[in-house]
Design a protein around this ligand. Sequence first.
Ligand code: UDP
Ligand code: MG
Length: 331
Amino acid sequence: MPQDTATAFVTAAQAKTRPQRPHVAVIVPVHNEEESIGPFLKAVRPVLDGLEADWSVLFINDGSRDRTLDVLIGAMRDEARISIINFARNFGKEAAMTAGLDAVDADAVIVMDVDLQDPPELIAEFVRHWRAGYDVVYGARSQRRSDSFLKRFTAARFYSMFNKVSNVPIPSNVGDFRLIDRRVVRSLGELRERNRFMKGLFAWVGYPSMAVPYERPVRPHGETKFGFRRLWNFALDGIFGFSTLPLKAWTYLGLLLAVFAVLYAVYLTVRTLLFGIDVPGYASLMVAILMVGAFQLTSLGIIGEYIARLTLESKSRPIYIVENHYKAGDL
Ligand code: UDP
Ligand code: MG
């Protein structure tokens, strides 16, 4: 299975379609990030100013309970190219990115975190590759020194498992930090599923892609919003959202057990005929019952995961609710 979906092939014709002075929009999901917004804007501004492009920054305030919205409105008063989508509650980063992609109208869109773990300097390089014709340019974490051993280990296991079972491989050690072309944004807009594992959706739409390696720094302000439980659920969303293999695997396991059961039955019959009935067998019976029971419960649980997701999808609720979209003229 390919570990890297980067396609090296771009046509010169594609590069020619890039506008002379494009509009580059940056979308930034934020959740309880009052201390990070100032440093973020300070770092990103000079990079955007150096792009020879028109730019805008759209923050999606994902149900923050601190002063994030106040800080954002203050920033918007100073800079007309900033706008804010304020969610009615916390819908999660995936929903926030979706809202950003739905709202922007730009030639190239950059998705990045506010905590400066996605280095702003990379934006210039992303735009350069985009001008050369790539439709997707993503940052690949070359070393994950800023992550704990446990996180690195579980992440590596997750990517290798995901790529074994999913029909669209995702490159490992790639986050959401990326630039995407207008037409990729349009394609993503057609995917309205509620289970939004964005990395999977980005990979699913395809387009010529390019990876830019970088060293991910530690978070300078605030702390991560993704604890272990959230990451676990995120991983489940990824696997169950992009593969039906876990559902199908039970057929084969069941068949295997059945074959084993028939062989064992034959063996027991022959043995009984030859040597008579052998009464002891408590341990083997117990193991067999517990093991088959465990298989059944696990398979039921996996069916449950899919049914729960089907239930959510069938309700067709919106992916997010916007409380207000603040634009420069409004204040
Ligand atoms: N975030 C969000 N909604 C959430 C959780 C996080 O919009 O429910 C934002 C957060 O403000 C940050 C980005 O998503 O801009 C990445 O979050 P974080 O740095 O906590 O994740 P990590 O880098 O640890 O994976
Ligand atoms: Mg972070």
